[in-house]
Design a protein around this ligand. Structure first.
Ligand code: PMP
Length: 429
């Protein structure tokens, strides 16, 4: 890692923190700097090659440097058509998304997931005339003020209480006023949700949920939970926002909403839709989105819908439509998940594997902790860190918090190779 170390020193002088939060937060001893990547492989500045399951935190669903995406982006750069909005490709992309996503009737494009989430809250407030929103413990919806609060977790026994007083901002500098804008409830617990709404529904403009709790353990929704959220939103005139930043275009062309058969009022797409180019979308039924159309709710941004980002998204979606990769991605992902479970058992490492296939999480359970998603909140982070570093030393990269993403480029041979390497790492842990 000699060159990476030199780069880290250089970076630390000019880039605050020097390196992405993933390496800092998870005490990763070898921050990597990359030269580039093709397909499933990335190469660091020292020339080490890795089989990549991070996909740049998710977006590279087609793998690195996909030729059709690059060609689409380059055709705009080469022609000098580098303007934002008001071009035919923007219309074509919106038409395509309306065709594929069940709840999409009107769309606005933004640059990232956080910004689209913020826009969804505004729409929900404008439409319902209410001010607060409800979100779930362990979910992530970006880093802007009103969602960047968590629940401090002093003891497992305190989890699961309906209103947890120990809400804290993740960062200094977060507006204290945003504390009063939300309620945080446990995930997958319809009883607590019903009870909370019976008391607070007159204040709640929106319920926001990840359809799969991807950011903590990759926990699927329990049977009936999303349906329950949908019907409570209908009952109380609350906007249901589905945050599909991770699940969108990853569980299928229609996103998680199609996969689970639930129609949200608003939903957010980002990551995989743009193959790494900065594009996200807020989509929804006309009856919600018309307040943006009429200008009552402002949605702006100089760089939104810039030609290369739209081109990247159109090319990505067209490749996904053409290749129909989902059955294969589920197959490969589940094969890897099951294989890891088996290797975890054989090596007696308490390795837990949870998720859907195209994305999943690995963590190390601690005896006596809850078996539901809360077990992941309290999992053994030190051991996970050693696992992630061990894999990196064997030439395999996964995300620091144990998340794995499958791309359309991964092969069965690579899954088998990964299982061999994982066994080696687990044996040494
Ligand atoms: N929602 C979810 C579910 C996410 O996973 C993320 C990012 N990891 C966001 C929102 C925020 O998106 P962005 O990082 O593009 O702002």
């Amino acid at each position: 890692y000699t060159e990476s170390k030199i780069m880290l020193e250089r970076a630390s002088k000019v880039l605050a923190g020097g390196v992405s939060s993933e390496f800092r937060k998870y005490n990763h001893p070898h921050a990597l700097f990359y030269k580039g990547g093709v397909g499933t492989k990335i190469i660091d500045v020292d020339g080490n090659e890795y089989l990549d399951f991070t996909l740049s935190q998710g977006p590279l669903i087609l793998g690195h440097s996909h030729p059709e995406v690059l060609a689409a982006v380059n055709s705009y750069s080469d022609s000098g058509q580098l303007y934002a909005g008001q071009h035919i490709q923007e219309i074509e992309l919106a038409e395509k998304i309306c065709e594929l996503i069940p709840s999409a009737e009107l769309i606005r494009f933004c640059l990232d997931g956080s910004e689209a989430v913020q826009t969804a809250f505004r729409v929900a407030r404008a439409k319902t005339g209410k001010n607060k929103f409800l979100r779930f413990e362990g979910h992530y919806h970006g880093w802007l003020d009103n969602v960047a609060w968590g629940i401090s977790t002093p003891g497992v026994e305190q989890l699961g209480e309906e209103s947890n007083p120990n809400v804290y901002p993740w960062s200094k500098g977060i507006s204290a006023g945003s504390r009063d804008e939300f309620l945080i409830l446990p995930w997958n617990n319809l009883g607590l949700l019903e009870a909370a709404l019976s008391r607070h529904h007159q204040d709640i403009a929106a319920i926001i949920t990840e359809p799969v709790m991807c950011n903590n353990g990759c926990i699927p929704p329990e049977e009936g939970f999303l349906e329950g959220v949908r019907s409570l939103c209908d009952k109380y005139g609350i906007c249901m926002i589905m945050d599909e930043v991770i699940t969108g275009f990853r569980l299928g062309l229609g996103g998680a909403q199609s996969f689970f058969g639930i129609t949200p009022d608003l939903s957010i797409f980002a990551k995989a839709m743009g193959s790494g180019y900065p594009i996200s979308a807020i989509v929804g039924k006309s009856e919600w989105m018309d307040c943006i159309a009429s200008g009552e709710v402002i949605h702006a941004g100089t760089m939104n819908s810039s030609n290369p980002t739209i081109a990247a998204a159109l090319a990505t979606i067209r490749v996904l439509e053409k290749e129909k990769p989902y059955e294969r991605m589920f197959y490969l992902g589940k094969k890897l998940m099951n294989g890891l479970r088996a290797v975890g058992e054989e090596t007696k490492q308490n390795l837990m594997v949870s998720g859907m296939g195209p994305m999943f999480n690995t963590f190390f359970a601690v005896d006596g902790l809850p078996k539901d998603y809360r077990g992941t909140l309290y999992a053994d982070k030190g051991k996970l860190s050693r696992f992630v570093i061990g894999l990196q030393e064997e030439g395999i990269r996964i995300i620091g918090r144990g998340l794995w993403y499958i791309s359309t480029a991964h092969t069965e041979a690579e899954i088998e190779y990964t299982l061999e390497k994982a066994r080696k790492v687990l044996e040494k842990l």
